[in-house]
Design a protein around this ligand. Structure first.
Ligand code: PMP
Length: 360
C-alpha cells in the first residue's frame, strides 16, 4: 500500500538494499566487502583529537585539507578533486550532474546495482550492455554502442562489482575515445586490491571522472568518505550539486581521520597486501571444495558451485553464523560474493563450507 503523501517518483522507486549489519555474537561477516583490519592507528588518534576541539563549529565546506591530501597522493590539483560522504554520495551527485541527458546512459547488465537506483531516482534512461559468458565487461561492445550514436555517458566499475574482474586501462581508453562528448565514470571502489587505476588518464581526457572510496582499502567504511577526480570543470559541476544539497558532507571527524589515513602509506600497504594474500589462498581452498572462482582484483571473490544452489549455501552458512552475499538477480543468482576476511575468518568459512558440502 503506497502512503498517500508520496510523490509518484518516490512511490515507483526500488531502493538499493545494502548487505545486512546484524548484531550476532561471533559472526564471521563476509557480506559487505569491509576491510577486516582496523584503520590506521594515526587515523583513530586524529579523530580523537578532532573530537576534543571544534565540534561546535561547522567543518570547512570546501574540505580543503582532505582534497589537498587526496590531490597530493595522486599527483593532482585540489581543483581536480571532489570529496563526499562516501562514494555512494559522490556517485549520486555525478549521476545528477552528468547523466540527465537526452540519450541513455550505458552500463553493464551485471554491475553495482546502485547505478540503476540513481538512474531511477533522477529519471535517467539506461541501456544495459550484457557482460560476456565469463561475466567480463564487454568494453568493445560498450564502445561500439557509444560510437553508434545516442549516448548519455558510460559508467563502469573497475574492478567490476560483484564479479571482482578488472578491465585493462587500454579498454578504459577505448570507452573514453568512444564517448568524447559525455562523461565516462569509472568507479574504482576496489582498485587498490589489484586493479589498474584510470587516474593517470585524467590529464588527457576531459570526459573522465574517477571515483574512489576510503571505505575499503583504508578500512574506513564507518567514517563515510569518498572522492571523485577529474578535470576541474567536472569537479566544478559536482561542487554545484553539493552546494545545492548539503554544504558540509565531510564532517570534522571524517576529515581528520581520512587525512591521517591517507598519510599512513605503510599501514595501507600492509593491510592491502594481507587482503590480497588471503584472497589468493582462499581462492585455492574454494577451488579445492569444487567452487568455480572468478579471477578477482578486489577484496572479495565471486564464486559458484556447480552442484549446489547458491541461495541454499548462503542460508546454510548463515545458520553457522557466517554471512556472505547472495544476489537474487538474473545471470548471477547461482553465485556467492564472499568478502576477504582475516585468515581466521576465511578459515572459519572454509570449514563451514566443508561441513555443509559433505552433509548435503
Ligand atoms: N562502488 C562500489 C562498486 C561499491 O561496491 C561500493 C560499496 N557498496 C560503493 C561504490 C560505495 O562505497 P562507499 O559509499 O562506502 O564509499
Amino acid at each position: 500500500m503506497t502512503p498517500g503523501f508520496w510523490s509518484p517518483r518516490i512511490a515507483a522507486l526500488e531502493p538499493y538494499v545494502p548487505g545486512e549489519q546484524p548484531r550476532i555474537a561471533n559472526l564471521v561477516k563476509l557480506n559487505t566487502n569491509e576491510n577486516p583490519y582496523p584503520p590506521s592507528p594515526s587515523a583513530i588518534d586524529a579523530i580523537q583529537r578532532a573530537a576534543e576541539a571544534g565540534l561546535e563549529l561547522y567543518p570547512d565546506p570546501e574540505s580543503t585539507l582532505l582534497r589537498d591530501a587526496i590531490a597530493a597522493r595522486h599527483g593532482l590539483e585540489r581543483s581536480q578533486v571532489f570529496a563526499g560522504n562516501g562514494s555512494d554520495e559522490v556517485l549520486a551527485h555525478a549521476f545528477f550532474a552528468f547523466f540527465q541527458q537526452d540519450a541513455p546512459l550505458l552500463i553493464p547488465d551485471v554491475t553495482y546495482s546502485f547505478y540503476r537506483v540513481y538512474a531511477q531516482l533522477y529519471g535517467i534512461a539506461c541501456e544495459l550492455q550484457p557482460v560476456d559468458q565469463a561475466l567480463r565487461i564487454d568494453a568493445e561492445a560498450l564502445a561500439a554502442r557509444a560510437r553508434a550514436g545516442r549516448r548519455g555517458g558510460i559508467v563502469v566499475a573497475n574492478p567490476n562489482a560483484p564479479t571482482g574482474i578488472g578491465l585493462p586501462l587500454a579498454q578504459i581508453e577505448e570507452l573514453l575515445a568512444a564517448c568524447p562528448d559525455r562523461v565516462v565514470l569509472v568507479d574504482e571502489a576496489y582498485v587498490d586490491f589489484g586493479g589498474q587505476s584510470a587516474l593517470p588518464l585524467i590529464a588527457r581526457h576531459p570526459n573522465l571522472l574517477v571515483v574512489q572510496t576510503l571505505s575499503k582499502s583504508r578500512s574506513l567504511a564507518g567514517l563515510r568518505v569518498g572522492f571523485a577526480c577529474g578535470q576541474s570543470p567536472l569537479i566544478d559541476a559536482l561542487q554545484r550539486v553539493k552546494n545545492s544539497f548539503n554544504s558540509y558532507p565531510i564532517d570534522r571527524l571524517a576529515s581528520a581521520g581520512a587525512v591521517a589515513a591517507l598519510e599512513d602509506e605503510a599501514w595501507f600497504a600492509k593491510t592491502r597486501d594481507a587482503v590480497i594474500d588471503t584472497r589468493e589462498g582462499l581462492a585455492l581452498q574454494l577451488e579445492d571444495l569444487g567452487f568455480e572462482v572468478l579471477p578477482s582484483q578486489a577484496n572479495f571473490l565471486f564464486v559458484r558451485h556447480p552442484g549446489h544452489d547458491a541461495a541454499a549455501l548462503a542460508a546454510a552458512l548463515r545458520s553457522r553464523a557466517v554471512l556472505v552475499r547472495h544476489f537474487a538477480q538474473p545471470r548471477i543468482a547461482q553465485y556467492l560474493r564472499i568478502s576477504v576476511g582475516t585468515r581466521d575468518q576465511c578459515g572459519a568459512l572454509v570449514d563451514a563450507l566443508g561441513d555443509i558440502l559433505s552433509a548435503i
